[in-house]
Design a protein around this ligand. Structure first.
Ligand SMILES: [Zn+2]
Ligand SMILES: [Zn+2]
Length: 142
């Protein structure tokens, strides 16, 4: 199943072939770039991710010290995807940029201790106060 998406002005477009999992992140950096209380990330293998158009990146280290490179459209400002130096070979697509938002199937919530009280989420999804260790993540998260 081909998944597609892009920014609001459509100068950045992407396709990817598979979804490897994903979740919601309530960290401060995600909140500040989201327009709401969290970011929703769909994780896909970089090898299947093809993007066209100019993407500008803002780089900021996460708590872990890993560098997070947040890509956005320099024309319309939409967040499109990010990469993380701690997870090479993976791309974190913003679920907000999907053409069909139903392509995203969130599996967990992270940084729940930083969630705003008004940002109510699906509590049937496993929640973690911080970023869990890889072995603690739900099955299917790379
Ligand atoms: Zn744009
Ligand atoms: Zn985050």
């Amino acid at each position: 199943m081909a998944i597609s998406g892009g920014c609001l002005c459509e100068s950045v477009r992407y396709t990817c072939e598979e979804e490897a999992g994903g979740g919601h992140c309530h960290c401060i950096d995600c909140r500040k770039t989201s327009g709401t209380g969290h970011c929703s990330h769909m994780i896909v293998p970089e090898a299947s991710f093809e993007v066209t158009g100019e993407v500008k990146f803002f780089d900021k280290p996460a708590d872990s010290g890993n560098m997070v490179n947040r890509g956005f459209c320099p024309n319309c400002g939409s967040a499109v995807y990010s990469t993380n130096s701690g997870m090479p070979g993976m791309v974190f697509v913003r679920a907000s940029s999907l053409d069909n938002p139903e392509d995203f199937r969130p599996q967990m919530r992270v940084y729940t201790d930083r969630a705003a009280s008004w940002d109510k989420m699906d509590t049937s999804l496993p929640g973690f106060a911080r970023m869990p260790a890889p072995e603690d993540m739900p099955a299917g998260i790379p």
